[in-house]
Design a protein around this ligand. Structure first.
Ligand code: NAP
Length: 487
């Protein structure tokens, strides 16, 4: 173990996960770490996603770190404010000097003899680290469609997470493909500009309004002067989500109540009965990620917006073809088609004991103890790993994972361990328990909806099946059962 400051730690990714890991290490007095980030700045998903209308759909006071109060300007922060927030946290905890931006990590290979990872960078150089914390995020790799003809489309075409702002949309014929959380923000933001906007919907989602607004100057002054009011508001929101979470039971009263609210909202907001029918899902609420959007339904009422209730199957040089074979001429193609969510660590070659690749260990069925560690990969931690998405605020989930990593590294330093690994039996028990919980809720694979939760194995590998509180307690209580000293 190097120096007195503890093991050398590589944090990969400087989104909110990487920042959480850095702050938690610092709070434990562990300062020998480097944060590698392939982009030219921090923010992760909020750096990548700059599409018109980009705004978080979880309330700002919950979608933020618990260890810092902040002067949010809106109930739900927009991309620019979230970007400013990440920069603020970075500076507030003096993390920036640990960051290396524009540096992509390609692989981390464990060496049994030295009890270290060789971390190889895209420029061909390599550096040794005793601990690696991967913070790559779940929603970082766009899912580009494989439609025939896409390459030959002659107009601008881009994914929402790689928005090309140089293209003027005013008066243009634009197609937005997808009706998930992203599309529901893009559509109202560009509907007033486009001459004609086609929205392609493969399967409708359940939608409720987000109720976003600016905080009044009085509210902001109150939150600034009495930070505990912010904390109370945060706790209240987590409690409210606990109540809402009862709706994840497909047979419960809350599910029925939420469905009623969704129907009422649709009825009240969408004028045309035919359009309402096309927008009505036929599966339980929260089978897909519920959409929270105040502007989406009203935008579909506009005369220049047409909902096409079919999948896209093909693209021509000047148009787009739906599953019924109808072609529509378009100038710009926007792919709001989501992310490659089930291929964890897809961009990172992680090799553990005996040089075995983590992708060979998983065989398309990613699993991890607490969603954080994998047997055979000593001193390797993951944030936003398998079955950790959900629980209300992903930032709260990330904080818990960062704490487990930082606590374990601090223990290694204190007890002079060189390597800790994860018990396979603890991992198996954890995964069995998670699977059992998922079977009880609406995000399980009963085939009634399409969602991005299921790997090729058919297992739901992305979702955390409970509110955040359970994850909080389990990540405090269980690590001692799973981690063992190996060196
Ligand atoms: P998504 O939920 O995976 O949605 C992708 C959309 O593309 C779906 O509507 C899908 O249809 C559609 N699609 C794919 N191929 C298609 C085809 N050939 N023809 C027509 N439609 C097609 O992706 P997302 O909207 O980017 O959201 C991903 C996640 O990011 C969200 O669930 C959320 O966790 C997060 N997010 C959060 C916020 C926030 O404010 N916090 C904002 C945006 C995103 P199907 O529904 O039929 O699969």
């Amino acid at each position: 173990m190097s120096g007195t400051r503890g093991p050398r730690v590589a944090i990969i990714g400087c989104g909110l996960g990487g920042i959480a890991a850095a702050v938690k290490l610092k709070k434990k007095g562990l300062t020998d770490f480097t944060v590698f980030e392939q982009s030219d700045g921090p923010g992760g998903t909020w750096w990548d996603n700059r599409y018109p209308g980009c705004e978080v759909d979880i309330a700002s006071h919950a979608y933020s770190f618990s260890f810092l109060t902040y002067d949010w300007t809106r109930t739900h922060a927009g991309q620019e404010e979230l970007q400013r927030y990440t920069e603020h946290v970075l500076d507030r905890f003096d993390v920036r000097r640990h960051c290396r931006f524009g540096v992509r990590v390609e692989s981390a290979t464990w060496d049994d003899e030295t009890a270290r990872y060789e971390v190889r960078l895209a420029d061909g150089t390599a550096e040794p680290f005793e601990v690696v914390i991967s913070c790559l995020g779940l929603l970082s790799r766009p899912r580009y469609p494989d439609w025939p003809g896409l390459d030959r489309f002659e107009g601008p075409k881009f994914h929402t997470a790689r928005w090309e702002h140089e293209h003027e949309l005013t008066g243009k014929r634009v197609a937005v493909v997808g009706t998930g959380s992203t599309a529901s923000q893009v559509v109202p933001a560009i509907a007033g500009k486009a001459g004609q906007l086609y929205v392609f919907q493969r399967q409708p989602g359940w939608v409720l309004p987000k109720d976003e607004r600016d905080f009044t100057p009085r509210e902001r002054a109150l939150f600034r002067r009495l930070p505990f009011v912010q904390k109370v508001r945060r706790l209240f929101m987590f409690w409210k989500f606990r109540m809402l979470f009862k709706g994840y039971n497909p047979h419960g009263r809350t599910q029925r109540k939420i469905l009623r609210l969704c129907h009422e909202y649709l009825e009240k907001t969408v004028e045309d009965p035919k359009l309402r029918a096309q927008l009505t899902p036929d599966y339980p609420w929260a089978c897909k990620r519920p959409v929270l959007s105040t502007g989406f339904y009203p935008a579909l009422n506009r005369p220049n917006v047409e909902l096409v209730p079919h999948a896209v199957t093909r693209v021509t040089p000047n148009g787009i073809v739906d599953a019924t074979g109808v072609e529509r001429d378009i100038d710009v193609l926007v792919m709001a088609t989501g992310f490659q969510t089930t291929k964890f660590l897809a961009s990172l070659d992680v090799r553990g004991t005996g040089g075995v690749s983590i992708h060979d260990t998983w065989k398309d069925d990613p699993r991890a103890f607490l969603g954080i560690t994998v047997p055979g990969y000593p001193n390797f931690f993951m944030l936003y790993g398998p079955n950790t998405n959900g629980g209300f605020s992903v930032i709260a989930q990330l904080e818990r994972q960062a704490e487990v990593a930082a606590r374990t590294v601090a223990t290694m330093r204190r007890k002079r361990f060189r390597a800790v690994d994860t018990r396979p039996s603890a991992t198996d028990r954890w995964v069995r328990w998670v699977d059992g919980q998922i079977r009880k809720n609406t995000s399980s694979s009963d085939g009634s909806c399409t969602n991005y939760y299921h790997a090729e194995s058919g297992r739901n590998v992305t979702q955390w099946p409970k509110p955040h509180g359970e994850y909080y307690l389990l990540t405090k209580a269980l690590p001692f059962l799973g981690f063992i000293k190996v060196r």
